[in-house]
Design a binder for this molecule. Sequence first.
Ligand code: ZN
Length: 210
Amino acid sequence: MRKLFWEDPYLKECVATVESVNGNEVRLSQSVFFAFSGGQESDSGAIGGIPVKEARKEGNDITYVLESAPAFSPGDEVEVKIDAEKRMRIMRLHSAAHIVWFIFEKKTGVKKLIGSNVTSEKSRIDYEFPESLAAILPEVEMEANELIPKGAEIKTYPDSANPEKRWWEMGGWKCPCGGTHLRDLKEIGTIKLKRKNLGKGKERIEITLA
Ligand SMILES: [Zn+2]
């Protein structure tokens, strides 16, 4: 399946050829509809006018589970549409998580995440950290909110050896990521950070859009 959400994460719809139909489950030749992976939640939307209940990544393909069995068949062309507002919030919160991650590393030397998640409401990154982040978090938030409006190009691209593996890059910052991202840092807007304690030695940073 051609992953249009990687080629152009701002696309809201496309036409695809149906490759298979199995009850409510559908596979397509190409799609703008992202399926949950790498901690980023699935898009919402419809295929051929039928709402998608679940998008499931299976190997390098995606199976879309529709609310009801479709009338279309393999070989037919269908319209794939996503909730563009939701996707935009996911992209802002995912790109924001990367920025907070890198600023945090710069301040503390801690790079390794023990968890991460991105929804359209908030994103989070979790660390093993010996003390409360309460003292350092306002500085991280301030630095992020100073950096974001300056703007910078965010690049995402496939790995040269494995096109299903993707990279995220901004300035000198680079990391593996298969999510959907903004093209420019400044599109994130203002963010807010909140600390959560996850138990002994584990700290969470929650990111929301202001
Ligand atoms: Zn990512």
